[in-house]
Design a protein around this ligand. Structure first.
Ligand code: PGA
Length: 263
């Protein structure tokens, strides 16, 4: 693949003040000078998008939202995709497992996965129609010997992308096995297993989308990516980049991962 690798920082709620977010953005701006061969993006919490986007405006760093509403109109407390776009976001994480988990709580004991997938689809459609590039997160809750986890991921992809085939050229998929999130490098998925899942995701995308376009969808890996395992995962895992959580909370650590992804 000739396309540059993409490394997305998922700040989650790690940076709790606007001052901290601005300081990070300024430090990243300094580090970006002279960096080539890799694309960098930050998924910032909603209140920080605008200021972080302003600081990084003159750099190639892309700024995005961590989620957007699946709705428009009167929904107190939600952030619409259009709002995120208007303050400088150009992508949005859609269907992150931590957001799916919140929805799952509400559906305890019911057949909830289809409902969650439906909600993720709504958010994806909203993001795309506002001109935000969706970074669609999929990933199994646990690995299962009988392969049920593979079917789970396929269904997440299918239901999110139903009727959204035309998006293929603008879509990024992030494969994040939930069991590997928020741990340490040694708990992350092993590169060979990542590679297998990426092949599976590519095949599934080719079934859902136009085959040629599906090949253009970058498939990222996320789940305990740290400087210690980044190189192995990117080279042997055959991923197009990373979605980095806890290791993105510190700008120096994040930049170390970014540097390892240069081609
Ligand atoms: P982690 O998070 O790197 O802390 O595992 C990844 C993510 O949830 O996107």
């Amino acid at each position: 693949m000739t396309r540059k690798r993409l490394v997305v920082a998922n700040w989650k709620m790690y940076l709790e003040s606007a001052d901290g977010a601005k300081e990070y953005a300024r430090a990243l701006k300094r580090k970006m000078k002279g960096l080539t061969g890799v694309e960098v993006a930050i998924a910032a919490p909603a209140p920080f998008i605008s200021e972080v986007a302003a600081i990084l405006e003159s750099t190639p760093v892309r700024i995005g939202a961590q989620t957007v509403s699946g709705y428009t109109g009167a929904h107190t407390g939600e952030m619409s995709a259009a709002m995120a776009r208007s303050v400088g976001a150009d992508f949005a994480i859609i269907g992150h497992s931590e957001r799916r988990a919140l929805l799952r709580q509400g559906y305890e004991g019911q057949a909830f996965e289809p409902k969650i997938n439906e909600q993720v689809h709504r958010e994806l459609v909203q993001a795309a129609s506002a001109g935000l590039m969706p970074v669609l997160c999929v990933g199994e809750l646990a690995h299962s010997e009988d392969g049920a986890h593979v079917a789970f991921v396929a269904e997440q992809l299918r239901s999110a992308l139903v009727g959204a085939q035309s998006l293929a050229g603008k879509l990024v998929v992030a494969y994040e096995p939930v069991w590997a999130i928020g741990k340490t490098a040694s708990d992350a998925m092993k590169p060979a297993e990542v590679r297998e899942m990426v092949i599976f995701i590519r095949k599934t995308l080719a079934d859902i989308l136009d085959r040629k376009l599906a090949l253009k969808v970058p498939v990222l890996y996320g789940g305990s990516v740290e400087p210690d395992n980044a190189r192995g995962l990117i080279e042997e895992g055959d991923v197009a980049g990373f979605l980095v959580g806890h290791a993105s909370a510190d700008v120096a650590t994040f930049f170390e991962i970014v540097s390892q992804c240069k081609k």
